[in-house]
Structures are given as C-alpha cells and as structure tokens.
Ligand binder design. Structure first.
Ligand code: ATP
Length: 227
C-alpha cells in the first residue's frame, strides 16, 4: 500500500529531513509514527500525499509512483488518501453535514448518495446527532470527529492523521484513537497516526515506527523492539 525505497528529502534550505528511508506498509495496517520534534514525521507523510516531493528515491502509494504523477492528476491521486490534522481545519460557516458532504460534492456525487454516505459516516464516528450543528457549537473531540468523517467519506484506501489528538485532553484523545481503530477494523482502511502521545501508543499497541533525525530508528514490526 505504501512503499518507500531509499527516500531522501532535502529542503531548499539544505535541511536533510529524511535520510535514505526504506519502509513498507501493507494494506489494512494500523501504524503509529512517533519521534521527537524535527525527526521528519511530517515530511514523511507530506511525501505520501504529494504535498512535498522526494529529492531522491521512490515513494509508492496505492500502486503509484508518487513523484511521477503529473500535477494535473494530483487531485485524483489524493482521493485515495484522507488526511486529518491537529487543528481540525473545518469550514466554520458550514454545518457538520455540509463539511462532510463537501468532500463528495467536489467529486460530483449524486445528492441522494451524498446524503446516504454522509449520514453513514457520521454514524461511524458517533456524530449522528450533530448533523446540523456548526463547528463552533462542538467540543474539540467532536470537531475532530467531523474532520475524520470528512477525510473518510469517499472511502480512501489510506487515512493519515497528523497529531490528531494534539489539542485534546487524554480522555477525548482515547475516543479519537478508538474511532481511528474502528475505521481500520470495519473498513479495512490503512491508517497512519503521527503522534507524540506515548500513552496512546502504549494503550492500543500497534505497529510503531520511531523516527529520529530523518531515519527510521526502530520499527516494532521488525521485532526486538518493545516500546
Ligand atoms: N518546508 C520546509 N523547509 C525547510 N525545512 C523544513 C521544512 N519543513 C520541515 N523542515 C525541516 O525538516 C526537518 C524535519 O521536519 P518535520 O516537520 O518533518 O519534523 P516532525 O518530526 O514532523 O516534527 P514535529 O513533531 O515538530 O512536527 C526539521 O529540521 C524541519 O525544520
């Protein structure tokens, strides 16, 4: 599903954010990416949805060589990938329903289909009773659920969450991780969670990739590494 082969990323400033990274993530995996600030976690995920391009090496996502996708085709490619951020990034003047429906409207989904899929997705994230609320009427955890619903409503193969619990208290963080786990288990979506939250990683043990100075320093799937 995701394969990096000898991937290096050097920014224009000369910073080497990723240094010869090799990694494979299989379809349906749930993976944490952890590491100190500046380790290269965000750079890694930006390469996956073509927000940045690798300086050298090969990045493959859903069978495509990401650096070879033409700029005009990038929006189509991105339909395979849902992304959730720490700061939710919802449209403030749109309701919960509209925020989630928007992702389907831009790809010309028929109205009845939009209604059906938005409702089913809001149910999956436990927000069926907030369909008509506006983002400012919701708690942080509820806003993050809306962001997750928006990211998965068109059934992407990969869901990437960059510090999804960074602004949330421990109890709410746990709920958000449970939602991500449910999506992984019920829909078979490959899920990547970048997090600083050691507690979450310990509580719901899944494959964990530790990044340091642009390298993968440990990977629990390779064994011999107990966090
Ligand atoms: N657009 C950019 N231009 C130049 N350097 C950058 C850019 N983005 C990131 N960097 C640098 O690349 C390195 C890796 O950054 P990255 O954001 O990938 O780390 P991170 O592990 O996600 O950190 P954090 O946990 O703080 O988000 C850092 O030294 C950072 O300063």
């Amino acid at each position: 599903m995701i394969k990096l082969t000898n991937v290096t990323k050097i920014y224009k400033t000369g910073v080497r954010a990723l240094n010869d990274v090799n990694l494979t993530i299989e379809p349906g995996e749930f993976v944490y990416v952890i590491g100190t600030t500046g380790a290269g976690k965000s750079t890694f995920i930006k390469l996956l949805y073509r927000e940045e391009k690798a300086t050298s090496g090969k990045v493959e996502v859903v069978g495509q060589d990401v650096s070879k996708i033409r700029n005009s085709k990038v929006p189509y490619f991105r339909r395979n990938i849902g992304v959730v951020f720490q700061n939710f990034r919802l449209l403030p003047k749109k309701t919960v329903f509209e925020n989630v429906a928007y992702a389907l409207e831009v790809i010309d989904t028929p109205r009845a289909e939009i209604r059906r899929r938005v409702r089913a997705t809001l149910e999956l994230v436990g927000l069926e009773d907030k369909v008509n609320a506006f983002p400012h009427e919701l708690s942080g955890g509820q806003q993050q659920r809306v962001a997750i619903a928006r990211a998965i409503v068109n059934r992407p193969k990969v869901l990437i969450a960059d510090e999804p619990t960074g602004n949330l208290d421990p109890e709410t963080s746990k709920e958000i991780i449970n939602v991500l786990l449910r999506i992984n288990e019920e829909q078979g979506t490959t899920v990547l969670v970048v997090t600083h939250d050691q507690k979450i990683v310990q509580e719901h043990k899944r494959r964990t990739i530790l990044m340091e100075d642009g390298c993968i320093n440990a990977d629990t799937s390779l064994g011999g590494y107990d966090l």
